[in-house]
Design a protein around this ligand. Structure first.
Ligand SMILES: Nc1ncnc2c1ncn2[C@@H]1O[C@H](COP(=O)(O)OP(=O)(O)OP(=O)(O)O)[C@@H](O)[C@H]1O
Ligand SMILES: [Mg+2]
Length: 386
């Protein structure tokens, strides 16, 4: 490995596609520095710590994390089911901080909730339970009759339209509750373990329905789940631990970066798992034409992989500056200063608009260690442990 490999060590121009430009979309959910506490006085306990999360129309976000990590709490804050104590939280363009109870109720009307406690009305049939929530919206009598039937049919309950909750199974009740949450085609759906009480096929039916709503109407959908079988519908996977969002991974982008990294010589031998982990830790930076990305003599704090565009490496000595090499997509630079704890040995300048992926020094050194372990494992596997 060299700090500035020759251009031939670049792995070709396999730049992954650009991400969808969301800068013009209004986020459906915009969480900024949100914290939350339960209890009072001595018993006051913080359970959500300075979290940030943005969800755009049409996105399906899956949140995972250990029991007690704060997932349901965050979901109820987004749903205006709990008052926001600290930070800013905008839902469908409306700031929730400081809302009166009446205003919170109004916000909730535009959200589809799929929560564990179904709260179905026992005296009403499945059809009537779903129809009830259409009353708050403008529909023709015909639509008001037909929409609940269509929804329950999509959920596999065509034969159970006129059953009351007491005569339905747990999974069927769960589906009625889902129908109730989705019948008005809300622009935001919040679901807490929606597939927990469902068998594999019914669970799949429900997530397919959610996926359809996201893609055909631009609904944003946030699902808290432990169900690994439904991870494939996620556009983004968010992991919460002890009240902190510890990772927020855009799936398509992550896969594109993994494919890209798998062709970079520096990550040769990394397993898909390790690549995915690395991709999740990489940050994207854009540098306009002419910008120095790193400067000779500076202390090194990051490792870089060129994703798009070209850079020029130049070295200055005795008042003279010479171009050493040009690098393109797939090439990397900046690792020697990190490995040797030395200042940067050259300057790297963008000679086109450039997109780079970076790893912090700390993460880079950790990754190198893991790659080492991987190589050792491979050797052991190949030579039967000798
Ligand atoms: N109403 C409440 N009053 C006091 N503490 C609460 C309350 N609700 C939740 N907690 C505490 O807040 C923390 C986060 O709980 P939360 O229900 O948000 O976790 P979770 O990630 O949804 O867990 P699970 O996966 O088990 O559903 C836990 O320590 C829990 O004990
Ligand atoms: Mg929970």
């Amino acid at each position: 490995m060299s700090d500035f490999p020759p251009a031939s060590s670049s792995s070709g121009s396999t730049a992954a596609p650009f991400m969808l430009d969301r800068s013009k979309l209004v986020p459906t959910v915009d969480i900024q520095d949100v914290s939350h506490f339960y209890g009072e006085g001595e018993g006051r306990k913080q359970v959500i710590f300075d979290n940030n999360l943005t969800i755009y129309p049409g996105e399906i976000v899956i949140m995972t994390g250990p029991s007690g990590s704060g997932k349901t709490t965050l979901l109820t804050l987004i749903g205006a089911l709990r008052s926001l104590q600290q930070g800013s939280l905008k839902v469908l363009g409306k700031e929730l901080r400081g809302l009166s109870t009446a205003e919170q109720v109004k916000v909730r009307r535009n959200i589809g909730f799929i929560f564990q406690a179904h709260n179905l009305f026992d005296s009403l049939t499945a059809y009537q339970n779903v129809r009830l929530t259409t009353e708050l919206h403008d529909y023709t009598p015909e639509q008001r009759h037909q929409l609940p039937i269509n929804m329950l049919t999509d959920l596999g309950l065509k034969e159970r339209l006129h059953y009351k909750p007491a005569n339905l199974s747990g999974g069927q009740r769960q589906r009625v509750a889902i129908g109730r949450a989705l019948v008005n085609q809300p622009k935001l759906v919040l679901a807490d373990e929606p597939t927990a009480a469902l068998d594999k096929d019914t669970g799949r039916q429900v997530v397919t329905l959610l996926q359809h709503m996201a893609k055909s109407q631009g609904s944003a959908i946030m699902i808290v789940t432990h169900d690994n079988r439904i991870l494939d519908v996620a556009d983004r996977i968010v992991n919460m631990v002890d009240g902190y969002i510890v990772s927020n991974i855009e799936v398509a982008e992550n896969i594109a970066i993994c494919k890209f990294l798998s062709k970079c010589s520096v990550f040769e031998g990394a397993s898909p798992n390790l690549l995915s982990e690395i991709a999740g830790k990489m940050k994207r930076e854009k540098h306009p034409f002419g910008t120095p990305i790193i400067k000779q003599g500076d202390l090194g704090d990051k490792f870089y992989v060129v994703r798009n565009g070209r850079v020029e490496i130049s070295k200055s000595k005795d008042g003279r500056t010479d171009t050493v090499v040009h690098l393109g997509p797939g090439a990397f630079f900046g690792e020697l200063a990190l490995l040797r704890n030395e200042p940067r040995a050259a300057t790297v300048t963008a000679t086109e608009p450039v997109e780079v992926l970076t790893l912090s020094k700390e993460v880079f050194l950790e990754v190198r260690k893991n790659l080492g372990t991987f190589e050792e494992q491979l050797r052991k596997a190949t030579f039967g442990g000798h």
